[in-house]
Design a protein around this ligand. Structure first.
Ligand SMILES: *Cc1c(COP(=O)(O)O)cnc(C)c1O
Length: 408
């Protein structure tokens, strides 16, 4: 008889977004005339800039003629796109070989799949709160014990608490973890790790022969030039870190789908030789993945051109202006807000020690604004609330106005 992967049964009910939708639908049913304002979704809203559209169109046109048509491409990604990414890193002082870069259909698939090249007996550490795919993919792979409803955490995992007192950047764990997931700039807290903070993790990883899986999906939102936009800006990271990134948030490719992973040849783990981890990821990708869309890759190349970078920058600036409006608007009424300066997420401390869900209901009832309860990202998110700067300006201004006028 066929058997399911019983690890799926361990997953704590992934109920965050369904529960938000349920509460909003119930509110809307009771108040059918009332408008709802959304400040909760991490989805891009602005159209792609002209140079990127031109790149995508050119990609389509190539498919129209037998002379330029292409079918399956290089499974690791188009060489010119990998070259362009290597150049982007080089401009930031990071020297990578294009065969250390793997083009993919996004950072979420990569951050979910990367664990599959590591043994199931690895001890894994996560930031708490965190983007859910890191934890869930490791539960499904069988690296956790059972889920504890009371604590909101899994047995067998290490949780690195991101709290107000550590600026939401944790210290490396006291235990010897084997895999360590870090996301900076962070979703959901909007915190960004500095060189010194990342250096501590790199030193920890080198000492323990651990691997850091570094999600840099929001790197382009960093405005402070002193902050690292890649973990490879930190000494020693080539020997211990994999970096995952995406065109989704920086170039509006959430629906187009394009990302990349960097697996350095210098990266070594227990019993491995230099280059072996890179070969494992190549083997994994060539077995399970047939390459990113050739059209999307033309679009990605256009986004990396000087003109494309400049135009994508303008879209990022637009979202960061949204972030500023949310921050300053809510600070004016006395709310405590973190993030939103070098990241498109704002991390609001709930007033009067309300729980994340209590604040969700209060905000919905009094202002009709919908955000995301921090507790949905992990137990240490309790008492916090995530607001997103992705949205149309008019909608953001209205939502902030609703809160400042009506929140009691
Ligand atoms: C949005 C997001 C991604 C991007 O995922 P894609 O699959 O490339 O769209 C990756 N990591 C984090 C933390 C995100 O918030």
């Amino acid at each position: 008889m066929a058997k399911l992967n019983s690890n799926y049964r361990k997953l704590g009910a992934g109920y965050l977004f369904p529960e938000i939708n349920r509460r909003v639908a119930a509110f809307q049913k009771k108040n059918p005339q009332v408008r709802i304002y959304r400040l909760g979704i991490g989805n891009t809203t602005e159209p792609l800039p002209p140079s990127v559209i031109a790149g995508l169109r050119a990609g389509v046109d190539l498919l129209a003629s037998p002379d330029t048509y292409s079918g399956y491409g290089d499974e690791q990604g188009e060489p010119d796109l990998r070259e362009a990414l290597a150049l982007l890193y080089r401009q930031r002082g990071v020297s990578l070989n294009p065969d250390e870069i793997f083009i993919s259909d996004g950072a979420k698939p990569d951050s979910g799949n990367i664990q599959s090249i590591f043994g199931t007996d690895n001890l894994v550490a996560f930031q708490d709160p965190a983007y859910p795919v890191y934890v869930d993919s490791n539960v499904i792979a069988g690296r956790s014990g059972t889920y504890n409803n009371a604590s909101g955490s899994y047995a067998g995992f290490i949780y690195m608490k991101c709290r107000e007192k550590n600026g939401f950047i944790p210290e490396p764990p006291a235990e010897k973890a084997d895999l360590v997931y870090l996301c900076s700039p962070n979703n959901p807290t909007g915190a960004v790790a500095g060189h010194k903070e990342l250096q501590k993790f790199v030193d920890y990883a080198l000492k323990n022969r651990a691997v850091i899986i570094f999600d840099a999906a929001y790197a382009e939102f960093i405005t402070d030039p002193a902050l690292p936009r890649s973990i490879y800006e930190v000494e020693g990271a080539f020997e211990c870190a994999i970096e995952i990134n995406s065109f989704s948030k920086s170039a509006g490719f959430t629906g187009v789908r394009l990302g990349w992973a960097v697996v350095p040849k210098a990266l070594v783990v227990e019993d491995s030789e230099p280059g072996e981890v890179n070969r494992y990821w190549l083997r994994r990708q060539t077995t399970f993945f047939n390459g990113a869309s050739n059209i999307a890759q033309r679009g990605g190349l256009a986004a990396l051109s000087p003109e494309g970078q400049q135009q994508c920058r303008a879209v990022i600036d637009y979202y960061m202006e949204n972030a500023r409006l949310i921050r300053e608007g809510l600070q004016k009424i006395g709310l405590t807000i973190y993030g939103g300066v070098n990241a498109p997420f704002l991390w609001l401390k709930t007033p009067k020690s309300l729980s994340s869900w209590e604040f969700f209901d209060k905000l919905l009832n009094e202002t009709q604004v919908v955000g995301t309860p921090g507790s949905g990202f992990g137990p240490a998110g309790e008492g916090y609330f995530r607001l997103s700067a992705f949205g149309r300006r008019a909608a953001i201004v209205e939502a902030v106005g609703q809160i400042t006028a009506n929140l009691r």
